[in-house]
Design a protein around this ligand. Structure first.
Ligand SMILES: [Zn+2]
Length: 284
């Protein structure tokens, strides 16, 4: 089927109380792994590309591969721009065929974030493209977006209410204790803050940096209104560890398919586990 908008997937998740997995699509094998896992679980999925993935693979390749993936399955698939920090990048992705974009203005002053998010809403709404906003600074490193631990600032619930009123996005990414990349210790999520933000905005909440968050914490966050859970680091780990093992087992192997194939298989298993955890199995 054709690509679907994220807000459509989240509306159904909202009704039934689960979350949709948003998996970063960095290459063909990972895209295929996401589709296979989604088919095996009969679950809707969001494939997302960061600006880093776009500059690595090329915008046309990312859009082309994900469109082909969607057209060849009955599973609903959305294509989302992860952490668009640049208005021009957002426009290019919409024009290329993305069904959803994130405008990450979290580093900007609040009013500036609201202003540009509204510019994005103005061009996205008429063509049915979903918009995710961000408020608060999520710790860690994701491609070029780096926020040091000191700077990492949790989302202020009152600001979130104001933001949602002034820039009526489809979903809101919040900073409640998760971080991008690999965790040094066990993350502690601020559930009370999540609950307050959710009740003040009424918006589906997006959890970034969810790799390495304990399963119980993810489930609890979903019970409190998280409807999109982003997973990138766990896929990278599963993929690369399997590739590394394949190379160690057969150091003389020169066929890239024999190295990438095991990575793809490991990613399928990891993504299936996440889909089950998010409660979206059987919801396609
Ligand atoms: Zn993120």
């Amino acid at each position: 089927m054709a690509l679907v908008a994220v807000h459509e997937l989240l509306a159904k998740a909202e009704q039934k109380g689960y979350a949709v997995g948003a998996f970063n699509a960095n290459n063909m094998e990972i895209i295929q792994a996401i589709v296979k896992a989604a088919e095996l679980e009969n679950a809707p999925v969001i494939m997302q590309a960061s600006q880093g993935a776009i500059s690595y693979a090329g915008l046309h390749y990312i859009t082309g591969m994900v469109k082909i993936a969607a057209e060849n399955t009955a599973i609903p698939i959305a294509l989302h721009l992860d952490h668009g920090t640049d208005f021009e990048q957002v426009v290019k992705c919409i024009r290329s065929g993305f069904s959803s974009v994130m405008f990450d203005g979290s580093k900007l002053p609040l009013e500036e974030n609201i202003k540009i998010t509204n510019k994005v809403l103005e061009i996205a709404r008429p063509v049915g493209v979903s918009v995710e906003g961000e408020l608060g600074k999520i710790g860690g490193t994701e491609d070029h977006v780096t926020v040091s631990d000191q700077e990492a600032m949790f989302t202020d619930p009152e600001e979130a209410r104001y933001f949602a009123e002034k820039a009526p996005v489809d979903s809101l990414a919040v900073a409640i204790g998760t971080a991008h990349g690999q965790y040094k210790g066990e993350p502690k999520l601020d559930f009370a803050r999540l609950e307050t933000i959710r009740s003040l905005t009424g918006l589906p909440i997006v959890l970034h940096g969810s790799s390495g968050v304990p399963d119980e914490a993810v489930s609890r966050a979903i019970s409190l209104g998280v409807r999109k859970v982003n997973i990138d680091t766990n896929i990278r780990e599963a993929f690369v560890w399997a590739m590394r093992k394949a190379m160690q087992d057969k150091p003389e192997e020169i066929d890239p398919r024999k190295i990438l194939g095991p990575g793809r298989e490991a990613a399928v298993e990891l993504i299936r586990e996440k889909i089950k955890l998010f409660g979206s199995s059987g919801q396609a």
